[in-house]
Design a protein around this ligand. Structure first.
Ligand SMILES: NC(=O)c1ccc[n+]([C@@H]2O[C@H](COP(=O)([O-])OP(=O)(O)OC[C@H]3O[C@@H](n4cnc5c(N)ncnc54)[C@H](O)[C@@H]3O)[C@@H](O)[C@H]2O)c1
Length: 442
């Protein structure tokens, strides 16, 4: 029985608690028990207590990590608090799941990776989308080579979203796109269970990395907090990608297109059904043999909507974390994945501050595969909700995978009292506040 504690019960924490409380424990070797919910706000603790009377509530993080029964903590607090809380838990030997992004800087993220590796502990980041069926299906399609060589990716993640006081739209929303791209094209490809030995599209055996970023953005509503950004990414292989993220849009769009040399795929997370569509469309160019002659052939073939399983991403994510704690296998979204995403986020903010200049992304030593157990391969969560079980559906009205904060209707209450002072510079870019933030306990 793995005993866990949920730290942070604001907007997202209740979704995590519900999933941990309702996990099909039969699918785990030893089951799971939530012993504590910890939050600084008494009204939030009262809510948790009313819903789950058997769970103890506390405002003391120290009490939680001092309890020898607690083996793992699940952290869903503001970004600036991720590092101090996760580091404190790792230092006393607790396994850690921490919400996205893993930390407010790459230095902090790298330290968490080192602490976890040094202690032989599981460190997992809440890159929720990599546990969602449509994203996993697109990865399967890419890995199969059906798209051919990947040419470029575009994505839109926009809606009339909740403006954050402490972080720009890049740290809030682009994190999702970066984690998805890392999983599809990047180091996520090191996952031995999913990466074929060699694939014809160049994204199997050799993981691709973001090597440079340039961002255009603007703070339209609140000074110094960009609420729209166009994040341009260059990958080592030559693949380019554009992620358009914004809290200002009349409609909610979650659309990603992957264009390959053979086929193209559309992933629309807001679609009621057919979230993934594979288009047998393309343009073929024949090299001219004479000066005048050249030929373009347009091909528009079948459009296929593959069947998707209905696993709730948060449930798959929670099960995966507990399985990794039990088995010692490194998680799919391990600390290194979190660090890679934060490095790109940092570069994106630097580009924004630098008038959209191109900023190179250098890999950190800790960005590589983090193997907690010697010889252990990175885990893939079992399809269908863990250990071959049938998919457990039921989103309960929650936003689709990782969709948090996206609808103003689900804005957490008392927002003003819990957000941070913004650090900004003359160029108007923002970054997460440093960890001297008020809500961190020593
Ligand atoms: N994976 C996803 O799709 C997704 C979606 C939404 C939010 N998130 C992430 O979840 C995290 C929390 O976001 P949120 O929207 O719930 O924020 P929130 O501000 O609504 O809630 C955070 C809670 O943490 C509590 N808290 C702060 N410091 C604490 C401390 N030291 N100890 C205990 N509790 C503390 C606050 O009182 C608050 O109740 C963020 O990292 C965010 O990026 C992830």
């Amino acid at each position: 029985m793995t005993t866990v504690a949920i730290i942070g019960y604001g907007y997202w924490g209740p979704n995590l608690l519900r999933n941990y409380m309702e996990l099909p424990t039969a699918s785990l070797e030893s089951g799971c028990r939530v012993k504590y919910v910890c939050d600084l706000r008494s009204e939030q603790l009262a809510r948790a207590q009313a819903r789950y009377p058997a769970v103890q509530t506390t405002s003391s993080f120290e009490r939680v990590i001092d309890d020898p029964e607690v083996e793992a903590v699940v952290i869903a607090t503001p970004i600036s608090t991720h590092h101090p809380l996760a580091a404190a838990a790792l230092r006393v030997g607790k396994h850690v799941f921490v919400e996205k992004p893993i930390a407010a800087s790459s230095a902090e993220a790298a330290e968490l990776c080192r602490l976890a590796a040094g202690g032989g502990l599981t460190l997992m980041v809440g890159h929720t989308f990599v546990y969602s069926p449509p994203v996993r299906k697109v990865k399967q399609i890419i890995d199969s080579g059906e798209l051919g060589e990947i040419r470029f990716v575009t994505s839109q993640r926009v809606n009339l979203g909740l403006h954050q006081k402490d972080v720009s739209v890049i740290w809030d929303l682009a994190t999702h796109d970066l984690s998805i791209l890392d999983y599809w094209l990047g180091d996520g490809h090191r996952a031995p269970q999913t990466a074929p030995a060699a694939t014809p599209h160049g994204h199997g055996a050799t993981p691709d990395d973001v090597v440079a970023v340039s961002v255009t953005g603007r703070a339209c509503v609140r000074r110094h907090i960009p609420d729209v950004a166009f994040v341009n990414l260059r990958f080592r292989s030559g693949v380019v990608a554009l992620a358009h993220v914004s809290w200002l849009s009349p409609v909610k769009l979650r659309r990603t297109v992957v264009v390959g040399s053979k086929k193209m795929v559309l992933y629309d997370d807001t679609a009621a059904d057919e979230k993934v569509r594979l288009y047998d469309h393309g343009v073929h160019y024949t090299e001219p043999t004479t000066f005048e002659e050249f030929e373009l052939t347009y091909h528009t073939g079948d459009i296929v909507a593959p069947r998707l399983d209905t696993t709730e991403p948060l449930r798959a994510e929670a099960l995966h974390f507990l399985e990794c704690v039990e088995t010692g296998r490194p998680p799919l979204s391990d600390g290194a994945a979190g660090l890679r995403v934060v490095k790109v986020l940092e570069a994106a903010e630097e580009s924004l501050r630098g008038d959209s200049c191109l900023v190179k992304v250098e890999p950190a030593a800790e960005c590589g595969p983090h193997l907690r157990a010697a010889g252990g391969g990175r885990g893939e969560p079992a399809a269908g909700g863990g250990r071959g079980e049938p998919a457990a559906g039921g989103g309960r009205g929650e936003p689709a995978a990782g969709g948090g904060r996206e609808e103003p209707a689900v804005a957490p209450d008392a927002a003003g009292s819990r957000l941070h002072v913004v650090e900004s510079d003359a160029a108007g870019a923002t970054r997460p506040p440093d960890r001297s933030d008020r809500s961190v306990r020593p």
